[in-house]
Ligand binder design. Sequence first.
Ligand code: FES
Ligand code: FES
Length: 181
Amino acid sequence: MATVIVNDRSHEIDLDPQPPLLWVLRDTLGLTGAKYGCGMGLCGACTVLVDGEPRRACVTPISTVAGRRVTTIQGLSPDRGHSVQRAWIAEQVPQCGFCQPGQIMAAAAFLDRHPDPSDAEIDRAMAGILCRCGTYQRVRSGQPPGGVGEPGMPPIAPAVANAVFVATGKPVRSLPIRLGT
Ligand code: FES
Ligand code: FES
């Protein structure tokens, strides 16, 4: 057995057999915020913090976090009030949402150490978290609303939304299609 502190609560975890941290979080503790994507440390969907540092939980043996402080997206704040979560909501970053806990945890750890980063530093820090929906521009923000995936976009085929935006320079704001200002 090993003691693991997850979101400020201690848990006694059986080490035989020894599962990866992600399995313990999701299957044993019911904390399904960290996602299973590749299971090979490649996509970042499972990113959590261990003593404040981002770690890929799918390839982290549970024994290596014994006695250490693990933070999942559920433990980042009690009310989604962490500054990164508030920024994510304000910028309407998520699309399907699958990668977003990993994105947010990586961003929170990075901004903790680099409160005023450059765009290049942000790109480097976030590069390892893959997003199949392509939310990268919203993560970096500062871009004006435009094509599909931008704030205020109704559900519409990406090709149609982007074609309208390219042709008119205006985003689709409602359906049936009506051009925004
Ligand atoms: S699920 Fe862990 S890195 Fe992809
Ligand atoms: S929001 Fe869908 S994978 Fe990133």
